[in-house]
Write a protein that binds this ligand. Sequence first.
Ligand SMILES: [Zn+2]
Length: 412
Amino acid sequence: MTLKEAQAERIEKEIWELSRFSAEGPGVTRLTYTPEHAAARETLIAAMKAASLSVREDALGNIIGRREGTDPQLPAIAVGSHFDSVRNGGMFDGTAGVVCALEAARVMLESGYVNRHPFEFIAIVEEEGARFSSGMLGGRAIAGLVADRELDSLVDEDGVSVRQAATAFGLKPGELQAAARSAADLRAFIELHIEQGPILEQEQIEIGVVTSIVGVRALRVAVKGRSDHAGTTPMHLRQDALVPAALMVREVNRFVNEIADGTVATVGHLTVAPGGGNQVPGEVDFTLDLRSPHEESLRVLIDRISVMVGEVASQAGVAADVDEFFNLSPVQLAPTMVDAVREAASALQFTHRDISSGAGHDSMFIAQVTDVGMVFVPSRAGRSHVPEEWTDFDDLRKGTEVVLRVMKALDR
Ligand SMILES: [Zn+2]
């Protein structure tokens, strides 16, 4: 049967409405279990009910609106995204996917669509980790990957734990186990998200068919030389830690440019000690953030970096140490879902291309328990996590059409 069309105006209205639920300051700041979160939650629940969905919340406050299917034995087909934000972020990151899911629910209702599988429309909490410093907590809970002790060990800057904050919010965080889904009750999960990068806009493409989500390695490099007087110590007698560190930064950049397969590397933080303008740098620490859709590329890159750091340090007569403190493997999305998204975009005659997500998403954890598909829509100038974040509402409508078509295809 044919579905009615998604409406950009309704998507626009709801995005603006949700953007108002923000703490003071520029952009959107909607942290988990705050009054802003509570206000957004109320609006979302009302919208779900208006779309004739039955609504429940899990232990951490993920909101699940459900449209029953004709075959109650079948696992659900779900669509959704997160509705928290970073501090002073934009109004589209996450929220766009939630609003488009709601629009899909409205279209289903208005079209009188008869679904075999139950359909679920999910609004996920705490994806950004802006309050409890642990990204994708809500998505990990859906995947059954949050340990009970994390409810106490994860605290905000005031020392309030997830358990305390969720309980005060009226939730039952102790019922974490019941939040976990499996392939037995979740056939598939589809997430529409803004690209948060410049590729789609630059290539004037309407839909990004996400094939993978990048893996991340975070390293700390410590270079130890010796601090001395900047005036009295001749150049050839110095153990300046910064000069070899600078060379290391340049070499990492060169390696990644050589790989040229979508792998990226960033030195975002560097400290120089003692840090006086008239002191030879004795110690330099810097971070390395490496991301790639290919596990093999990360492995090779890290091996190369380790060898290079050792060589550069020994040539400079300093000591250096590389320490890996974060490791998340890339996730390849289920080929059947990638195909379904691509076919939907083609059938709707939207321009599309395959794309790897450079940012992490709840989907990367939910992909551990069921088939996951992701639909990207363009971000103006590739900006995200800033108040200037923007996606055209008509692009969100197109994304919603893709989501609807994928749900229909999976339901067959
Ligand atoms: Zn997001």
